[in-house]
Design a binder for this molecule. Structure first.
Ligand code: GLV
Length: 340
């Protein structure tokens, strides 16, 4: 479990609650019926403007009427924040993301308008990394398959469950060595794996071998773990050529975003036995999962929940609060996204 010191910096709440009229305005953008436990704590510090509180009015009309002077917006979960919505907020200076990935936020428009964006990956990275390692161990050691074997009463009938593979000694290629990728590397080093990575740029302070080309990384890895941001450049970064380079015994773990992997190709490679297995927390058309995968015991499936723990949600609240408080007191933001 994360120690208090390792969690994102938390600003202490020492102020007295203020009257609503004096509180800084924060627009809350969230899909209907989607709630994160964020608003209760924020309410005593900020005047929250949530279009869902006026169900008879469109979001556009609500924002045009009430949010003209709002300088900050909290984007809840993966709710899309489009250029059109940003256009309704002429005073906007800050978008606080509450997810690790920020591809649902129009970063081009934010850059053009000089709007800062923060992400929540610092709150989620340890849990996402634990989950990536758990998926990998599950695929290699066939834990979910073994569970099905026992529950299906196959043990007395078939006797032995098929052999798994050892984690220690595997060559793991990490695609995206950001907050989450670095935490994955830290854990897998402790398991005795060797690490190499691909990212946009070589990281000077990182001791692991860097591959500028994902195909070369795959050719030199037993396992690929995908944990990079989804952008135009990384869409289908794991394609047919990369899967071919990874080879028949290779394993793919995806805790990033579904579209980072060419899912149709992945299904074909798995069905034809041209790669060794996969552990997938994310899919191209969630919540739809290709049905061919349901039959495969070397594939572990998970419903996009790598980051979701009680503790990470508490850390998320701290991080959102810290970013908003820093912004409204002209201090440096805690988890600014480099939006170049
Ligand atoms: O996938 C979850 C997130 O980006 O927070």
């Amino acid at each position: 479990m994360a120690t208090k010191e390792e969690r994102p910096q938390v600003l202490e709440n020492r102020e007295e609650p203020k009257e609503e009229g004096e509180l800084p305005l924060v627009v809350v953008l969230r899909s209907k019926n989607f709630n994160l436990p964020l608003e209760d704590r924020l309410q005593s510090h900020f005047h929250l403007l949530d279009p869902n509180d006026s169900p008879d009015e469109s979001t556009e009309s609500f924002l045009s009427r009430h949010a003209h002077s709002a300088r900050a917006l909290l984007c809840v979960g993966l709710t899309p924040l489009t250029a059109d919505t940003i256009g309704l907020l002429p005073s906007l200076e800050l978008v606080v993301g509450s997810s690790a990935g920020v591809e649902h936020i129009d970063l081009h428009e934010c850059r053009r308008r000089g709007i800062m964006v923060t992400s929540a990956s610092a709150a989620f990275s340890e849990d996402a990394a634990d989950y990536a390692v758990a998926l990998l161990i599950d695929v290699l050691r066939r834990i979910a398959a073994a569970d099905r074997f026992v529950r299906g009463r196959l043990w007395p009938v078939k006797g032995e469950h098929p052999l798994g593979f050892k984690l220690g000694g595997k060559r793991v290629g990490i695609v995206g060595l950001g907050n989450i990728g670095s935490q994955i590397a830290k854990r897998l080093v402790a398991f005795g794996c060797s690490i190499a990575y691909n990212s946009r740029k070589k990281k000077p302070s990182v001791p692991f071998p860097y591959y500028a080309n994902v195909g070369d990384l795959a050719a030199n890895s037993d396992v690929l773990i995908v944990s990079c941001a989804l952008t135009e450049d990384t869409h289908h970064i794991i394609n047919k050529d990369v899967m071919t380079a990874l080879g028949k015994e290779g394993v793919i773990i995806n805790v990033g975003r579904g579209p980072l992997v060419d899912e149709k190709e992945l299904v074909q490679f798995l069905v034809r036995g041209e790669i060794g297995g996969a552990g997938l927390d994310v899919f191209e058309n969630e919540p739809d999962v290709p049905k061919e995968l349901f039959k495969l015991d070397n594939v572990v499936l998970s419903p996009h929940c790598a980051v979701v723990t009680l503790e990470s949600f508490a850390a998320l609240q701290d991080l959102v609060m810290a970013n908003l408080k820093a912004f409204f007191s002209n201090k440096p933001l805690v988890s600014l996204v480099q939006n170049e």
